[in-house]
Each structure stands twice: as C-alpha cells, then as structure tokens.
Design a protein around this ligand. Structure first.
Ligand code: MD3
Ligand code: FE
Length: 203
C-alpha cells in the first residue's frame, strides 16, 4: 500500500519488513567496522542521535561543518560498502514512487535511544536535489515531523513504525523535517532503540 504524504513523498508501510533480519544483521556488521557515534554540530552541540554510514560516502559533522566524506574520520578508513541488497531495496522503493534509476551512493544509519530526537532541519548537503531520499525505519516507532519549505511552516506528524519505507522527492525533497523524542519501549528484534536508514545520492 502506498500512501501519498505530500507532492513527491509517499509512505510504503511495511515495505522493508520481510527484509528485517537481513537488514539488522548487515547493520550490526557495518557498526562493527564503523561504530555508531554521537557527533558534534558546528554550533558545538552533541547530537542525541548516534550515527554511522555505509557506501561510498558518509555524512559527518564536527566543529568545522557538515559534509559528505569518503573516509570515516574515527578510523581514517573508507566507510563499509553498501550491501547490494540495501541498494536494491532503496532502488525498488524509489521506483514505486516514480523515481526509476535511483542510484544511492550513501546510506546514513541513525540510532535513536529513548529520548533521542532530531530537530527540524533540511537535507541540503547533497549535490543533486533531483534525486529522492529513501528512508527505512526499524525498531521502536517514532513520531516524524514533516513541515514545509520554511522553518516556520506548520508541521504534520506521522508515526513511522518498523519496516516502513518513505520516499522523499520532488517538492518534498527540501522540506523541513525532524523526529520527536523517542518514547521508551521494547522492540522484539531491536530492543530499546530505533534505527533509521536514509539512502541518498550525495555526489
Ligand atoms: C523529508 N532522519 O537523517 S528519515 C536525516 O528518522 C533524517 O532519522 C530522520 O532526517 C530519521 O537527515 C528522518 C525521513 C526523512 C529523511 C530525509 C528527508 C525525511 C525527509 C529529506 C527531505 C524531506
Ligand atoms: Fe533529514
């Protein structure tokens, strides 16, 4: 089932569910090579969300700014490769929503523990905003906030649950969005956490 959220954005409920064990096993292998870490923003705040990446590029932030980098700054090594099955899932989801040929070169992996949140922001560090972003939610459910092209625009709330996939393209691509503080709970496969994958065309 495909639910339109806004022009260019659609929710595919449960689209990743049948890949859950494979996804979680692969995320564990990636995190063993490139551990989750809570990075510091240019403003000096430590993020409540812990992040890592796989693919040709990973997203990093520190006191000097935000950027995509081919190397993990913590190890000096390239990010772990994007598993072909990750890329296929993202490509298939994008195709369902009209973005055929999506070829992500970066997959950001966000880990939320109870209380972690992501403040309202735009994703503007990618070179080509014509490519969508595909998100995959795993573990505890979250309240996702989706606004407009201006920070002050009213936000709509959506519940994103385990296995949900969302494709954000077209006019939705530069919309402000965020995640409300994660409510505590226990997920059968992931325990007290939520993991979100975002597939992007960074360069
Ligand atoms: C709407 N992550 O990593 S995923 C991010 O749940 C990020 O971890 C959130 O925002 C999370 O940048 C939200 C859904 C998402 C991702 C990118 C978008 C929604 C988006 C880009 C434009 C509009
Ligand atoms: Fe974002």
């Amino acid at each position: 089932a495909r639910e339109p959220l806004a022009p260019g954005a659609a929710l595919l409920r449960g689209f990743a569910r049948r890949h859950e064990t494979e996804l979680i096993t692969a995320i564990e292998a990636i995190a063993a090579q490139a551990p989750f870490r809570r990075m510091v923003t240019p403003g000096g705040h430590q993020m409540s969300v812990a992040m890592t990446s796989c693919g040709s590029f990973g997203w990093v932030t520190d006191r000097s700014g935000y950027r995509y980098d081919a190397l993990d700054p913590d190890s000096g090594q390239p990010w772990p490769a994007m598993p072909p099955r990750f890329r296929e899932l993202a490509e298939r989801a994008a195709g369902e929503v009209g973005f055929a040929g999506f070829a992500p070169d970066a997959c950001l992996i966000n880990r939320y523990e109870p209380g972690a949140k992501m403040s309202l922001h735009q994703d503007r560090d990618e070179r080509d905003n014509g490519a969508p972003i595909v998100s995959v939610s795993l573990g505890l459910p979250a309240t996702f906030l989706f606004g407009g092209l201006k920070r002050a625009d009213k936000t709509q709330r959506y519940r994103l649950a385990h296995g949900d996939v969302v494709v954000w393209g077209g006019p939705a691509r530069l919309a402000f969005h965020g995640v409300a503080p994660l409510a505590d709970g226990e997920h059968a496969l992931l325990g007290r956490q939520r993991i979100n994958l975002t597939f992007r065309r960074a360069r």
